[in-house]
Design a protein around this ligand. Structure first.
Ligand code: BDR
Ligand code: CA
Length: 323
């Protein structure tokens, strides 16, 4: 039986590849795609989600959601993904209309309708935080919540401390992380180094000679240049598809452990930092004031520390072949 899945995304170039992986997987049935402002404004992100759905020939409803973070203005990542988020190649959906319902209501409806629903978030957590606040009963119905976000090793891509999805809306991220949802955190560091698509991987994908394979590489053209500027590493880094790989095939997470996690919302230096209590020192009296909320919830987050890199690349290849 296919597992019901809802994807929340600020659809840009790596999100689009993650959407394709889910839409083509026999393991899950995507019940809804909900869109949030992040990499690009929400209208553009919604158009991009529709492009990916259409390319797969899928019939999945797409809902537009929050246009800005809970308490802040949107600071997008167009420098990284291109002005349209898809590398400025001119991609546009032929049926540009999303569903009339708001994404937050769509998340609530999907969770109430599908007990055991799995959710993956590929962008800022604004939509999900609002859904939980509006209808807390959904928490009990969500069996897994995979979050692409965070920098548990303190190696951020926006600041030294913070990864983009958490940094954009730290208040929303904090609300979700402390909500009691069963969260698996897929940090940005997992998409670096050997996990990056190198020249051979890219050649292998292009050799599939399918429209999906061509799209996946082409729409990430600007992201490839930007990643080189940012890290000095060559190739295409794909954080959202890696999170999707772990959602689809949990055994690709080779090393995991559960910890209390907090998100910094106040400090300009460490805004959006995912602070992981790896040594369980928050039980110490000296942490009582700062960590009491988190410890009271007695809820830990699963952190993914190690990825099966050959396995992730094999899954990506399978997803892009055939169509
Ligand atoms: C995350 O930020 C976005 O730019 C990507 O789509 C991904 O979700 C990586 O930090
Ligand atoms: Ca994203």
């Amino acid at each position: 039986m296919q597992r019901p899945l809802l994807i929340d995304t600020d659809t840009a170039s790596d999100d689009a590849v993650a959407l394709i992986m889910a839409l083509r997987s026999p393991l899950v049935k995507v019940v809804a795609v909900t869109v949030v402002a992040g990499n690009v404004p929400v209208e553009q992100a919604t158009r991009n989600a529709l492009v990916a759905v259409e390319l797969c020939g899928a019939r999945v409803p797409v809902y537009a959601g929050a246009a800005k973070p809970l308490n802040r203005e949107l600071e997008p990542a167009t420098w990284f993904h291109g002005m349209d988020g898809l590398g400025d190649c001119g991609y546009a959906p032929s049926h540009p209309e999303p569903e009339p319902t708001d994404a937050v209501d769509a998340i609530i409806a999907a969770a109430l309708e599908h007990p055991g629903l799995e959710i993956i978030t590929l962008g800022p957590l604004t939509n999900l935080a609002q859904a939980i606040a509006r209808e807390p009963r959904i928490i009990a119905n969500i069996s897994r919540c995979v979050v692409m976000g965070g920098a548990p090793c303190c190696e951020g891509n926006v600041t030294p401390a913070a990864e983009f999805n958490i940094w954009v809306d730290p208040e929303a991220a904090r609300a979700v992380l402390l909500s009691g949802l069963p969260i698996e955190l897929v940090g940005w560091q997992l998409s670096r180094y050997e996990a990056v698509l190198n020249a051979d991987d890219i050649a292998q994908i292009l050799a599939l000679n399918t429209p999906l394979a061509q799209f996946a590489i082409r729409c990430n053209g600007r992201a490839r240049e930007a990643y080189l500027e940012q890290t000095g590493e060559h190739g295409i880094s794909l954080p959202d598809p890696i999170a999707m790989a772990i959602l689809l095939e949990p055994q690709l997470a080779l090393q995991t452990s559960d910890h209390f996690v907090e998100v910094e919302t106040a400090s300009p230096l460490t805004r959006g930092m995912t602070v992981v209590d790896k040594l369980n020192v928050t039980a110490d009296e000296r942490n009582a004031a700062a960590w009491s909320n988190t410890r009271q919830s007695s809820h830990k987050t699963t952190i993914i520390w190690e990825l099966d890199i050959p396995g992730w690349k094999r899954l990506l290849l399978r997803s892009l072949g055939g169509l």
